[in-house]
Design a protein around this ligand. Structure first.
Ligand code: AMP
Ligand code: MG
Length: 342
């Protein structure tokens, strides 16, 4: 691996990202975020694909320049193959396949969630196998034990909404806007008084998550107190936001503690967009100290969608002997139904 120049390309949603890992060192991780979706209250797939198409080539040129490399120096090409928006994925995937074909260099399609799961390895302090991994993003909520590069055991997942989705939906309900996570976090920031007692869901599988009941509880509270969301006094938004945030974070950390009580792991890693949440970070910090486990949370650059994690994961698959043909369209190894033995 350490002699390779690995190119990563990520276009699964509303971030176009191109990265290069050179001799095991990340030399560029360029991320272009499509902020214009905020005016529509969510990502518009067609606009996303078009924006990826416009920016992917300039990003590649910049990434090569920043890494002091020429296109011909690239040894391995990795791109997100799914899950994600189909039109958006196609842009990065076909771009990567075209490069692979013309440069005659191997191509590795990467599962986006796997990219997140291993993103802790981009940090200076890395997770240690086996590690407990909490994946919290806009589309996924998973609790996993990662035993090695090739063996991941799924303990639980959400039975309804993803954690990030819950933040987004409640934010919309409160009229705060999109994306909801940072807006709710901001609204809750300086609130230190009494909290509303929203319930933490109990699932049949002790490691599963559920957020739709919490969202309904917030809605019922609003209806009961104010009639409808438009009548919420501005001054009450911090209290509702802080109460929701506290309960959402508790729903996640309760399962983390349960898993730590039951399984022997060497570290804990939390990945995905919601891992940016300060309350979640501080609660997990407390838990990691209590159980004496190393906690690895990727920095914000690697928490959101980025191509560095795709290049890293692709290179690990390649080093483990995986070969992919250009006609391969499905994303390999892990998928939603077959977590997770390769
Ligand atoms: P991802 O799907 O990994 O790209 O992450 C996007 C999701 O993370 C969205 O649902 C955001 O609302 C959520 N998110 C981003 N920042 C935060 C935050 N500070 N607190 C909670 N959720 C967040
Ligand atoms: Mg993601």
């Amino acid at each position: 691996m350490n002699t390779l120049n690995v190119l990563g390309i990520e276009t699964s949603c509303d971030e176009t990202s191109v990265s290069i890992i050179s001799n095991g060192i990340l030399t560029s991780n360029l991320i272009s975020s499509q902020d214009f979706h905020t005016q529509y209250g969510g990502v518009v797939p067609e606009l996303s694909s078009r924006a990826h198409l416009q920016i992917v080539m300039p990003l590649l040129k910049n990434a090569l320049q920043k890494s002091n490399l020429k296109l011909q120096n690239i040894d391995l090409i990795c791109a997100t193959a799914g899950p994600g928006l189909v039109g958006a994925l196609l842009v990065g995937l076909t771009f990567a396949k075209g490069l692979s074909f013309s440069l005659k260099k191997p191509f590795v399609p990467v599962n986006h969630i796997e990219g997140h799961i291993f993103s802790g390895f981009l940090m200076e302090e890395k997770p240690e196998f086996p590690y407990l991994c909490l994946v919290v993003s806009g589309g996924h909520t998973l609790l996993l034990i990662v035993k090695s590069d090739l063996e991941i055991v799924k303990l639980g997942s959400t039975i309804d909404d993803a954690a990030g989705e819950a933040f987004d939906k409640v934010s919309k309900l409160l009229g705060l806007g999109y994306p909801g996570g940072p807006l709710i976090e901001n609204a809750a920031e300086n609130y230190n008084n009494d909290l509303i007692d929203f319930p933490v869901a109990q699932c049949k599988n002790e490691f599963d998550f559920s957020f739709s009941g919490l969202k309904t509880s917030v809605l019922r509270f609003i209806q009961k107190e104010y009639g409808d969301a438009e009548r919420i006094p501005h001054g009450d938004l911090p209290k509702i936001s802080a109460s929701f945030q506290r309960t959402a974070v508790k729903s996640l950390t309760v399962n983390v503690e349960r898993a730590l009580n039951k399984f022997n792991v060497n570290s804990i890693s939390v990945v995905g967009g919601v891992a940016a949440n300060k309350l979640l970070r501080s609660e997990l910090n407390r838990i990691s100290k209590k159980y004496g486990k190393k906690l690895i949370i990727p920095s914000n650059e690697f928490c959101g969608d980025n191509a560095a994690m795709i290049a890293y994961r692709g290179s690990r698959l390649y080093e483990n002997g995986f070969k992919f043909s250009l006609s391969e369209n499905a994303y390999p190894s892990l998928n939603e139904n077959s977590f997770i033995k390769l």
